[in-house]
Design a binder for this molecule. Structure first.
Ligand code: ZN
Ligand code: FE
Ligand code: FE
Ligand code: ZN
Length: 266
């Protein structure tokens, strides 16, 4: 039994994180983690798509950075991964990215509910006022369902991200997230139990207890992630995440190597 791996961490290449990968690794060892994974925001086909990810020309540099940290910290298992935006129509691009390097896993995340609006972008927070919040939640789970069905991802990131700035889910949103969990179960996707929500206005882990409970009942496995954008965020609030996951019944988390899954007790 050990601390679960922290599978959701960023690097400065995405332009909104600080600290070099070596510092993340050092912090991981300090707090007793035995395994981490870098999952920085993947490039888009068009570099000017937005301003919070690496350019395509930096992808090899990213892989090199992670490889270097792997060499510098042989006592720590370090996975090579990406957090990839799932946007309908981008599937071929995601396959091209997948073929470029021997990734350990892809996290599929829904930040975009249209081709131009990322719901978690602080610079686009005012857009929430122009939208019907139920519609945002509905589209988000519809896209998450498609992401799970696509077989492009091992892990689905922060499933109830629309709550980030404190926008509450609609009443009875079970009917929105249940099809997503069914798709995740069917295609073998795991859920990212992501502590970053605790550092945001919602003050809650992603996903909510309600979602996680049904996920456990349906047999959808989990991974853990801090979504660290700075070294001191590595493994942050894992005690709370473990407590939440145990509380709904989970005893195991998933590990990935070259996109193959194993289960381990925590
Ligand atoms: Zn980020
Ligand atoms: Fe994300
Ligand atoms: Fe992230
Ligand atoms: Zn994320």
């Amino acid at each position: 039994m050990s601390l679960p791996a922290d599978y959701h961490m960023h690097t400065p290449l995405c332009r909104h994180a600080v600290g070099e990968p070596d510092e993340y690794a050092r912090r991981a060892l300090e707090i007793g983690l035995t395994e981490i994974g870098f999952s920085d925001h993947s490039p888009m086909r068009q570099d000017n798509f937005d301003n919070w990810r690496m350019n395509f020309s930096q992808l090899d540099e990213y892989v090199e950075k992670v490889r270097r940290t792997q060499k510098n910290f042989p006592q720590l298992t370090i996975r090579l991964a990406l957090e990839v935006d799932f946007i309908p129509g981008h599937e071929d691009w995601i396959r091209e990215l997948a073929a470029r390097h021997p990734w350990d896993y892809f996290i599929g995340s829904v930040h975009y509910v249209s081709d131009s609006w990322a719901i978690d972008d602080p610079q686009k927070l005012s857009e929430w006022k122009n939208r019907d919040s139920f519609e945002v939640w509905r589209i988000c789970f519809e896209r998450l369902t498609k992401a799970a069905e696509s077989k492009l991802f091992e892990i689905i990131g922060h499933a109830d991200l629309p709550k980030k700035f404190g926008h509450k889910p609609p009443d009875n949103y079970t009917k929105l997230f249940e099809p997503f969990l069914d798709a995740a179960k069917k295609s073998g996707c795991t859920l990212d139990v992501n502590t970053a929500g605790l550092r945001k206005d919602c003050k809650e882990i992603y996903p909510s207890r309600e979602i996680l409970k049904l996920a456990f009942e349906k047999g959808v496995p989990i991974t853990f992630g801090s979504d660290a954008h700075a070294p001191d965020e590595v493994g942050m609030n894992f005690a709370e995440a473990i407590q939440l996951a145990r509380g709904v019944g989970y005893k195991e988390f998933c590990r990935f190597e070259k996109r193959q899954r194993t289960l381990e007790k925590f």
